[in-house]
Design a protein around this ligand. Structure first.
Ligand code: COA
Length: 232
């Protein structure tokens, strides 16, 4: 059974900037609002269903950040198998999605949601948090890199039959092990197509098959988006 926090504990680490509130989302209206925000943030991709969001909310894994009455960020955390997703590991929780309203990005809201999710994972006596990301989603990869997440797999057709749309990198962090800050740089890859970059994908698959897992940091300048690849 998932442990139900009475309220989200805003410790110093996940204290939010400005007049934002973080809450656990439940009820039809909150779920509808979270869907609207998620659909907008992932425009052009497969949309999340009300059934998926309600199931996650029942596991007490749906969180939102509000400014006044309006939801401006949301994250979905799965602690147990559902009828649409089975967890990859024992003792793990899976971040099914995280989205911030475009007008509120760059303010640390996703960071606050990740800190809070990690806290909830620990409260539920799990020790791994993992997620899936499109390889071209450099903002997402950089966000998770900043929090110490490593890429451990690339799975084709993870969410459906389409190699292009449905394949994902998988990233994880062990919440019980100390982060190793000594990393060795092994490659630089350049993102050439933010929609679908076949070269990037095959280079990443290559590196993963050689090294098992890698850390991906994004370095951008005015012209290029470079993926810096490290191993521990
Ligand atoms: C990715 C996303 C959740 C980030 O939300 P956010 O609230 O802006 O993120 P934060 O302000 O907490 O940023 C934390 C770090 O993430 C990285 N980051 C965030 N947006 C970035 C961008 N556009 N480009 C590069 N790095 C970015 C930065 O390193 C940033 O740290 P910094 O501000 O010190 O540079 C948001 O852009 C979003 O909703 N995107 C669409 C949905 C999506 O792709 N979700 C992730 C799927 S796994």
């Amino acid at each position: 059974m998932t442990k139900k926090p009475e309220q989200i504990n805003q410790n110093r680490k996940n204290k939010l900037p400005g007049n934002f509130n973080v809450v656990q989302l439940k009820g039809e209206r909150a779920i509808r609002d979270a869907k609207k925000l998620d659909d907008k943030a992932f425009e052009g991709h497969q949309k999340i269903s009300i059934h998926e969001l309600s199931t996650i909310a029942e596991q007490v894994g749906l969180y939102g950040i509000f400014q006044d009455e309006n939801i401006v960020a949301e994250a979905q955390l799965m602690f147990e198998d559902t009828d649409f997703y089975n967890l990859e590991f024992q003792n793990s929780a899976y971040c099914y999605g995280i989205a911030v309203d475009a007008d509120f990005r760059g303010k640390g809201l996703a960071t606050s949601l990740i800190n809070m999710m990690e806290e909830q994972v620990r409260l539920n006596s799990k020790n791994i948090l993992y997620l899936a990301s499109r390889p071209e989603n450099y903002a997402s990869l950089q966000l998770w890199y900043k929090h110490g997440y490593k890429v451990f797999d690339y799975k084709e057709r993870y969410f459906g039959p389409d190699t292009r749309e449905d394949s994902r990198l998988l990233l994880y962090k062990s919440l019980t092990e100390k982060l190793n800050l000594q990393k060795t740089h092994i490659a630089t890859l350049q993102l050439k197509n933010t929609i679908w970059d076949n070269d990037l994908r095959s280079s990443l698959v290559d590196l993963l098959s050689k090294h098992g897992e890698v850390t991906v940091e994004i370095i951008t300048d005015n012209r290029f988006i470079n993926y810096q690849i490290y191993i521990d």
